[in-house]
Design a protein around this ligand. Structure first.
Ligand SMILES: Cc1ncc(COP(=O)(O)O)c(C=O)c1O
Length: 387
C-alpha cells in the first residue's frame, strides 16, 4: 500500500476526504457489474445534478476539460473563428477550443470578482468570435448580466460557462452554470465535490442533447440504439471516449449525497479565514475575496491579494517554511508561450498581470480541522507582520 503523501504536521493545499458512503457505493458499483460509463450510479449523480442546475441534460465526463472539449465540438468551429477566455484562467479553458481550430482573444478581468471584465469584452469583440467562456473564479458569479448584454450584440457568439469551481453557487438567485448554452463542472480532487478526476457537461437547451450524446458516445448513436430507436449503432459524427466510469460516479454520488454537510464545512473554513484576516486588511494593505450581494458563493477557495509581488512571495515562502502549503494561482495565459502561439491578436491584460503576481491561496479542503485552520491564520499573520 502507498504511504500517505504528507507527514501529519504539514498542512497541504488540498486533501481529498471521504464524507459519506463513497466507499460502500464504489464497492456496490463493482459488485453490480457495470463499472464503465453510463451505469446506475451515473444516472443517480446525473439526476442530482439536473435537479440542482435545472439543466436540460447533464453528461458525466472524465474531466471538466473533457466537458469543455465537448462544447467546442458542438460549436462546429470553422477556420478563422475565435473564442474569448479570461487571461487569468486555466489552460484548458482555452486549449479545449484551440484543439477544435479556434484562435483565442485573451480578455482582461475586473478587479472585484476576478472574472471577465465586461467593459473590456465589449471592446475586443468582433464577428470572428463564436464563444465567450467566463470562469466563475472561486465559485463567485462575476459580471454575468453585463457579459450577456455584450453577447446580445453578437449573435454568432455563444456563452459557455467554465463552472469548474462553482457547483451549487448562484447569481441573482439562478444557479451558476445555467446561463450559457453549455457549462462545464469539475470533480477533480481539488474541487468541492470530488471523484479523483471527473467532470460534467451541462446542456441548457434540449435541442443540443441528442448530438451531445453522440459526441459523448465516441461519435456513435449508441444511445438511440439502447433506447430502441435504431436497430444497430454506428459512427455518426465527431466524438471521443468522454464518459465517466461508473465506479467514479459512485464515488461522486457519495459526495453529492453529503452536499449540505460538505458546503457547511467549507463555509466554516471560509468564514474562519475571513474573520481571522479581516483585521489585517487596513493594517497590512491586504485584500480579501469580495462576494457581491447578489451572489451566493460555492465556498471553493480563499484567496488574499498582497500589496505587491515581493510581499506575496515572502508570505508564501514563510508559510511554506512553516509546513503550510499556501500557493499562488493562474499564470497569465496571454503571455504564456502556449497562449502567445494561439492568440488571435495581442491584447494587454494589466489587471490579470497584477492579480497573478499578488494572489495567494490558503489551504482549503472539506476536512480541514480547526487546529490546522488556526495554524494557517497564525502563520499568515506572522508572515505579513514581518513584511
Ligand atoms: C477554471 C477551471 N477550468 C477548468 C479546470 C479543469 O478541470 P479538470 O481538471 O476537471 O479538467 C479547472 C481545474 O482546476 C479550473 O479551475
Amino acid at each position: 500500500m502507498p504511504e500517505p503523501m504528507l507527514p501529519d504536521n504539514l498542512i497541504p493545499f488540498n486533501r481529498p476526504s471521504i464524507e459519506g458512503r463513497e466507499i460502500e457505493y464504489i464497492q456496490t458499483a463493482v459488485e453490480h457489474g457495470h463499472t464503465s460509463a453510463s451505469g446506475p450510479f451515473s444516472q443517480l449523480a446525473v439526476d442530482e445534478l439536473k435537479e440542482a442546475t435545472g439543466a436540460a441534460d447533464v453528461l458525466l465526463t472524465t474531466s471538466c476539460t473533457a466537458a469543455l472539449e465537448m462544447a467546442a465540438i458542438l460549436l462546429d468551429l470553422e477556420p478563422g473563428d475565435t473564442v474569448v477566455v479570461p487571461s487569468f484562467g486555466f489552460v484548458t479553458t482555452a486549449l479545449s477550443f484551440v484543439r477544435q481550430g479556434a484562435r483565442v482573444l485573451f480578455c482582461d478581468i475586473e478587479s472585484e470578482t476576478l472574472g471577465i471584465d465586461a467593459g473590456r469584452l465589449a471592446e475586443i469583440m468582433d464577428d470572428t468570435v463564436r464563444a465567450v467562456i467566463p470562469i466563475h473564479y472561486a465559485g463567485i458569479g462575476g459580471q454575468i448580466d453585463e457579459i450577456r448584454a455584450v453577447l446580445d450584440e453578437w449573435p454568432r457568439a455563444e456563452l459557455v460557462e467554465d463552472n469548474a469551481q462553482g457547483l451549487f453557487a448562484s447569481y441573482k438567485g439562478e444557479p451558476l452554470g445555467s446561463f450559457g448554452r453549455f457549462s462545464a463542472i469539475s470533480f477533480h480532487e481539488t474541487k468541492n465535490f470530488i471523484c479523483g478526476e471527473g467532470g460534467a457537461f451541462v446542456v441548457n437547451n434540449q435541442a443540443d442533447a441528442d448530438r451531445a450524446h453522440v459526441i459523448y458516445d465516441k461519435g456513435t448513436n449508441r444511445r438511440a440504439f439502447l433506447h430502441g430507436q435504431v436497430d444497430k449503432y454506428s459512427w455518426q459524427d465527431l466524438g471521443s471516449s468522454f464518459g465517466m466510469a461508473d465506479v467514479l460516479a459512485a464515488y461522486l454520488y457519495g459526495q453529492l449525497k453529503e452536499k449540505e454537510s460538505i458546503l457547511a464545512k467549507r463555509r466554516h473554513v471560509f468564514e474562519h479565514y475571513r474573520d481571522a484576516l479581516s483585521p489585517l486588511v487596513d493594517s497590512h494593505g491586504i485584500r480579501l475575496p469580495v462576494i457581491p450581494e447578489h451572489c451566493e458563493q460555492s465556498y471553493h477557495m480563499f484567496y488574499v491579494l498582497l500589496p505587491d509581488a515581493e510581499a506575496r512571495n515572502q508570505v508564501l515562502k514563510s508559510m511554506n517554511d512553516d509546513g503550510i502549503y499556501a500557493t499562488f494561482h493562474y499564470v497569465p495565459l496571454h503571455s504564456a508561450p502556449g497562449g502567445v502561439a494561439v492568440a488571435a491578436r495581442e491584447l494587454a491584460c494589466p489587471v490579470t498581470d497584477d492579480v497573478s503576481r499578488r494572489l495567494l491561496r490558503l489551504p482549503f479542503y472539506t476536512s480541514l480541522a480547526q487546529a490546522d485552520l488556526d495554524r494557517v491564520t497564525e502563520s499568515f499573520t506572522r508572515a505579513v507582520d514581518r513584511l
